[in-house]
Ligand binder design. Structure first.
Ligand code: DAH
Length: 356
């Protein structure tokens, strides 16, 4: 191999080693640049004879052309490689699963509340909503639970600013205040409609009070079956001739529809609540399924106490009825077989998505 062939081979090797356009241009300078190998050889020819210049010049030119050709080839190869790399980088993998926006859904307790509203709605019950920050009067006193009443100790709650005469407002401990709030509104509306002097006109004029009041309630309580925030649903039916028999019928019908179980059995167990007399806890018993045979407490209930009827603005000699309060969280646990109440309020999508 003569010196020119060697230079051409070295140049080709250097070009192939260059993996970026910048490296390639550097390599080019070593051979074709101002002080590159080929340029040096050209300069070196001045000492030669005319004849020698002719043949040497032609040979150097051939070498130069070979190097230029190799350079062009390598430039194209690098450009092509760059294009391929770019295409690869920007490529879409159409086999990747798409990014989806998840479908939202109702919380299991909301599903329960909707079922409760639908079932009681079909029995002619209105649905009432009320404040979660409640006054001492509505939460306790109006419900026949005066300040020194021992039943208050089971309803420790969160007290908030506001309130009257130094008695703080509180986060309601049950939905029972809605009995008073709703009844007072109801009575007011029909008293106004009947005229100012129509104090005794209620018989026949006033539609019965038939309402449920679902919502959030609060107590200082937290374990597997108690959460400081929980749900209740109050029920109230007041008329001139509403009896415990009606309570039994309504609540039995509700439970059987709610649990889709026609042979479900109810038990009314004597109990005590300040705002009802007599009072009863309502237990249910499934005849089939994993809970079959067990008595499960689902609600408190009773005939509305005369003092409470009076606080509704009604004469307890004329008006009578029943109330109940149940726990939609517990109903949800029973319906779906969930054993820890806290799961409902952790906000874990993996748990909640199972109810969709
Ligand atoms: N408010 C009661 C509680 O939270 C539940 C209750 C019991 C509501 C009897 C009622 C009732 O309306 O009649 O413990």
């Amino acid at each position: 191999m003569n010196d020119l062939q060697a230079i051409v081979e070295n140049a080709k090797a250097a070009f192939v080693q260059a993996v970026t356009p910048a490296e390639l241009e550097n390599a080019k300078a070593l051979y074709l640049g101002k002080s590159g190998r080929i340029t040096e050889l050209m300069k070196g020819m001045s000492a030669l004879t005319v004849e020698e210049k002719k043949s040497r010049g032609a040979a150097i030119n051939l070498a130069k052309q070979a190097i230029e050709a190799a350079l062009t080839q390598r430039r194209e190869a690098l450009a092509e490689g760059q294009l391929q790399a770019q295409l690869l980088a920007e490529a879409l993998d159409v086999t990747l699963p798409g990014r989806q926006r998840g479908m939202g859904g109702l919380h299991p307790v909301s599903i329960t509340l909707e079922r409760i509203e639908t079932i009681f709605g079909s029995m002619g019950f209105d649905v009432a909503q009320g404040p979660e920050i409640e006054s001492d009067w509505f939460n306790f006193t109006a419900l026949n639970t005066p300040e020194d009443h021992p039943a208050r100790s089971m309803h420790d709650t969160f007290y908030v600013e506001g309130g009257v005469e130094g008695v703080p407002n509180l986060l309601r401990t049950h939905t029972s205040p809605m009995q008073i709030r709703h009844a007072v509104q109801h009575v007011k509306r029909y008293r106004a409609a009947a005229g100012a002097d129509a104090k005794d006109l209620f018989s026949g004029d006033m539609p019965e009070i038939r309402v449920i009041a679902p919502g959030r309630t609060y107590r200082v309580d937290s374990d597997a079956t108690h959460s400081p925030m929980f749900h209740q649903c109050e029920g109230l039916w007041i008329g001139e001739n509403v009896s415990f028999k009606d309570l039994k019928f309504v609540f039995t019908d509700f439970c059987r529809k709610f649990f889709e179980s026609d042979d479900l059995v109810l038990r009314f167990r004597p109990s005590y609540f300040p705002f009802t007399e007599p009072s009863a806890e309502i237990d249910i018993q499934f005849q089939t399924g994993p809970q079959a045979g067990r008595w499960l407490e689902v609600a408190g209930s009773g005939q509305v106490h005369p003092n409470v009827v009076r606080n509704m603005g009604l004469d307890p000699e004329k008006f009578i009825g029943f109330a109940f309060g149940m726990g939609p969280d517990r109903l949800t646990m029973l319906r779906y077989g969930v054993n820890d109440l806290r799961l409902f309020f952790d906000g874990d999508i993996r748990f909640l998505a199972q109810f969709q």
